[in-house]
Write a protein that binds this ligand. Sequence first.
Ligand code: AMP
Ligand code: MG
Length: 390
Amino acid sequence: MILVEEAERILKQIPVRIHTEEAAVSDALGRILAQDVVSPIYMPPFDKSAMDGYAFISDDDSKRFKIIEIVPAGVIPKKKITKGNCAKIMTGGMMPEGADKVIIKEVTEEKEGYMRIIGKDYNINLCRMGEDVKPGDVVLKKGTLIRPPEVGILASMGLSRFKAFRRPVVGIVVTGSELVDPGSPLKEGQIYDSNSYSLSAQAQQMGLEIHNAGIVSDNINRIQRVFEKLWQPCDVVIFSGGVSEGDYDFVPGILKNTGFELHFDKVAVKPGKPTVFATRKHDVVFGAPGNPVSTIVIFEIFIKPFLYRMMGHEFKPVYKQGILKNDLSRKRANRSAFVPVLYKGGEVKPLPYHGSAHIFALNKADGFVCIPKGIKKMLAGSTVNVRSIQ
Ligand code: AMP
Ligand code: MG
């Protein structure tokens, strides 16, 4: 059995093959940039008005200003502003030559082609050409995960395509003769397969393409057949169940039969001790134990960061710091334990939790607190970090 930190070290050191490809900005969400993105343009591309109002010379103390032009957005002003004159301008309109301020409409009065100032406006209300970005500025760094704002940033520089890292294709196999697909009746001794759904959802959240092989009964030949077929489309296969010591836990044996090197098969983590990680050249396999909380936790802490590594991105979990509301204690401290908690207003409340089969406990959970190996009790009032479920 290895420590969580040791497993993380192994996962960080295994060489991964990273490919790049062209991607469309319209399909950029969740992708990872494979290049620094340099702006080809000034942003804004011209001095523009930030408000609807009148462009004039700020130290012009004329009583009234003749409106010599109307400047809607998208139109180039033709006239130069001199003292005693102004241009009516809309938000986004190009500043006319000579003017250095826009006074907002709300503090003015317009009558018979003239504008009068009837209130105070201390802002200049204009956005200067290039004040956000200049040509050649590195706007986004290689390795950046593209969220909705980054999609907008790419588009605002006029880019329609960019270089992204290729996303690994993930196969999912849930093993277990007791498993039934939701939607079918449950017979005695059976349980519904939730893992192929939760694992798919976790991978989908990362924007990955998934090949879900569904439920495979605990039959070594059947599992191996399904497994071998998945290498056609997939870069990574995730097993759920069948990874432990039971008579029907065939996954580690299949990996050995098919030429995989097992890098670890037991980690000092609760839930998820019999977690398997194996590779064969560039093929990658994770095996997570079948209890639903185990699969979810193992995906979060080991599989997700690795998949992101394959996409050229360093995944950093989100932690929130808070004060533990109740004691967290346990009888044995031989593993690091992830326990589901509520996080509210800086307060961290452990949830009623019956163990790794109790997926219902995660419904309210904001995240997990990790009780480190060797620690039996964390006292109420102590400061803890909550690892968010994303
Ligand atoms: P295993 O890792 O195969 O020993 O399974 C551990 C526990 O998780 C058993 O109680 C299984 O019935 C349960 N389990 C296995 N696979 C799934 C699944 N896909 N969905 C829900 N529970 C599962
Ligand atoms: Mg099983």
